[in-house]
Design a protein around this ligand. Structure first.
Ligand code: C5P
Length: 473
């Protein structure tokens, strides 16, 4: 494939590109990517859609694939300072990514004595920046872009020297230039020897930075890298820093569902055969729980009606535990009205009509006969309500073949507004696993998302719900 760099374009195009990029608040490179993506989309639109049934077949080439979610994730610029704790910053990259946070790394010269930019790039899936005067990124004022094109700047580890420079407003390398140029919140995780932390100069610098609005996490008390030294100075653990960063970040995407009541079903149902046996399925409940947590973080009032699962209650969610489909329906009805309903539970289609009141015994006279009868379809029942129907009703379709066609048919049959379709064939690893590949199907479009963690799917779905219900960003 031929390669072309922005530099090779003629000046008039470059000037227009810069203007467009400045208007949209993107880098020139990102603006070019957006233009190319739009051009590719409009080429796709020229391919005729399948007609007739109106169903979008699985093989339909016109599937709108948006990797939008990764570009819409909250973004952290992680500045790695030069201390022994720099190795923990590598783990921090992973912890942030687990929380569906996009990470872009910057390393000071000293940090590179401890860890390499290559490792940080590999973990972040993006180039690690090191130089203030890097011709490649300075073409479009790289340090200004790195400072602005983010939602939060995290400094970990923050050495005594870096804190001093920040407090004084130095900008003689890329890290300090970003810290001076940013208009985004800054979170600092100091790490240094206890004597340095307790030094009057460091105390002055920390107090000054706190006054300037910088947030701090740690340092913690504990053993130092130096033999036989202990005290306050250890960098906070990566998991703690990631959790703190998330609480600083989420308000950006969140509270969008404040004032909305959301009803969610999750997990399998257990249908008794007798008091000790039941029919079940392999649903773990992870996706539904992740959605409940994401919705609660977005400020919604969430009621989660859960079948039997081995998961802790999500934070800030009212959880009602049930066993059978009929009990789930009863709780759903009790919990209405709601603004939005999401039916992620893998409800058993059948129950045993002649379930034994006592444990069924093995006998010589042959095998017991189990009569099955159909369970109520909770999603269809709520979708078809005349009164109290939530404004947005979302169902799930777990399929092992003809995913899009089956899910689209299900959307119509059940009368819901969206179907979140996923392939649960054993090879996909979705059942019980932590990752998911979903397609959002509504009456007039099918949107295919890239493979993501179940938390990422939950965040992206909550965002899509907020967008669709007109909740303000
Ligand atoms: O028909 P199927 O089970 O594949 O449909 C899946 C969707 O319907 C899911 O959203 C599931 O929660 C919902 N459902 C339900 N009650 C049932 C069966 C399925 O709410 N009895």
């Amino acid at each position: 494939m031929a390669s072309l760099t922005v530099r090779q374009l003629d000046d008039a195009i470059k000037a227009r590109l810069r203007l467009r990029a400045a208007k949209s608040g993107r880098s020139v490179e990102d603006e070019v990517r957006v233009i190319l993506r739009e051009a590719a989309d409009s080429l796709d639109a020229l391919v005729p859609r399948s007609s007739g049934s109106g169903l979008v077949q699985d093989s339909d080439p016109v599937r709108r694939t948006r990797s939008a979610t990764s570009s819409k994730l909250p973004r952290v610029t992680l500045i790695i300072g030069g201390g022994i704790a720099a190795y923990k910053a590598l783990d921090l990259i992973r912890r942030l990514k687990e929380r569906a946070i996009h990470v872009r790394c910057v390393m000071t010269r000293a940090a590179q004595q401890f860890v390499t930019p290559l490792t940080a790039s590999a973990l972040a899936d993006e180039r690690c920046y090191t130089d203030l005067f890097d011709p490649q990124s300075e073409f479009d004022a790289g340090h200004i872009r790195l400072a602005r094109d983010t939602d939060l700047v995290v400094v970990a580890p923050a050495t005594a020297d870096l804190l001093a420079k920040m407090a004084q407003g130095h900008a003689d390398d890329l890290a300090t230039a970003i810290l001076l140029a940013t208009d985004k919140p800054i979170l600092v995780a100091p790490a240094m020897n206890p004597l340095m932390w307790n030094n009057a100069a460091t105390k002055r610098n920390v107090a000054q930075l706190a006054r300037d609005g910088v947030s701090f996490i740690g340092p913690n008390a504990g053993e130092m890298a130096e033999a036989n030294e202990a005290g306050v100075g250890r960098m906070s653990e990566p998991a703690e820093i990631a959790a703190f960063a998330e609480t600083m970040l989420r308000p950006i995407n969140s509270r969008r569902l404040a004032g909305k009541k959301i009803l969610i079903t999750a997990g399998p149902t257990h249908e008794p055969i007798d008091p000790v046996r039941y029919i079940a399925n392999r649903s773990s409940g992870k996706q539904g729980y992740a959605i409940a947590e994401a919705a609660a973080r977005a400020g919604a009032d969430v009621v989660l009606i859960s079948g039997p699962v081995d998961l802790d209650d999500p934070a800030g969610v009212q959880v009602i535990r049930v066993e059978s489909a009929r009990a789930m329906l009863a709780q759903v009805e009790k919990s209405l009205p709601a603004d939005i309903a999401i039916f992620a539970a893998a409800v058993a289609d059948w129950r045993v009509a002649n379930a034994g009141e006592q444990k069924i015994k093995k006998t010589q006279s042959g095998l017991p006969k189990l009569d099955l009868t159909e369970n109520p379809d909770i999603l269809a029942a709520v979708s078809k309500l005349k009164q109290n129907r939530p404004k947005l009703v979302i169902g799930f379709a777990a399929e092992t073949e003809n995913l899009i066609a089956n899910a689209t048919a299900k959307l119509k049959r059940k009368g819901c507004d969206w179907i979140v379709a996923n392939d649960v064939s054993p090879a996909s690893g979705v059942m019980g696993g932590d990752r998911n590949t979903v397609h959002i199907i509504s009456a007039n479009e099918t949107e295919s998302w890239p493979v993501m963690s179940k938390d990422e799917v939950a965040n992206a779905l909550v965002k899509r719900i907020a967008d669709a219900t007109g909740a303000k960003a």
